[in-house]
Design a protein around this ligand. Sequence first.
Ligand SMILES: [Zn+2]
Length: 315
Amino acid sequence: MRVVLFYLMITCVIFGCDKKEKIKVSNIKNEDGRIIKVKIGIDSNKISSEWKAALLKRKSTSELDSISKIIKHITKEEQDWLKLIESKTKRWNAFRDSLKVPFQNIKLQDTIFILLGYHGGDDAFTFQNKTICLDVNALYNSYGSAKDTVNDNRIDRFFAHEFTHLLHKQWAKKNKLEINTFKDRIFWECITEGFGMYRSMSPKWFPIKDSLSETSKNTFKVLYPIFTERIIEVSTKSNFTSEEENRLHTNLSRGSMKKKWGALPVAVWLALEAKGNDENLIKWVNKGPDALIPLAEKYLINESKTAFDKFLNNN
Ligand SMILES: [Zn+2]
């Protein structure tokens, strides 16, 4: 099974520190033994072998070689991010039960690691089945000082997003999900990044009772036609050139929020389904990538709805 690799590549890099910092971990256990540990991916002013391993599938060999040769001292700003994240482990450990609600019978390992890097990566991504990687340099470059109040809550939401990806990886393993075609990969990314974004999007995107927020409503005037056109094309063709794949995949879950044609609609639809109770999302998790069509059928409107219904009737 060629599987989940694509998904591993999707998500959302850096490190710096001394050897003595490398062994520093935050040991705050839940009563039941579950724990979140921070590990520093910096070794003698270079990226550590562990951080390099986390980047392996995300970089070309030559890129990774040059990244691992760079000698760099961690900056004050990067250290601020590192301290902020280290201060969060107890709080994040306490999030685990509520983040797990949509994932019935899915169990992660008791120890989850937060691996901190200081260059080479995206701001946040997962590695294998128990590690969330955060790049303090990318975080500083994208969101500014760790001391900005807005970043305190933002990093909590990023944790929730990545932890949800770990849960989804475990779900895929348990359910022997096979991802073979381009269509499979696109559908799975819409669902996993939609769930991730449901955990990380800011309040302005959430519905107000049963209605879309003004921000979502205005954004979806642009995104729904893109979503509809791309999902229909992905579903009705079987061979794609790499240029076509790139064009169709662009901005599915990356780039600015307003452009995320796959992840953002799904996140908002999930919020409409949840109605404040995440138990309502269990059935959507359990549909796997097949959740995409019924969600779209239910929530698309206007010309997008018409075009989508026509596609469903013909297929
Ligand atoms: Zn993600």
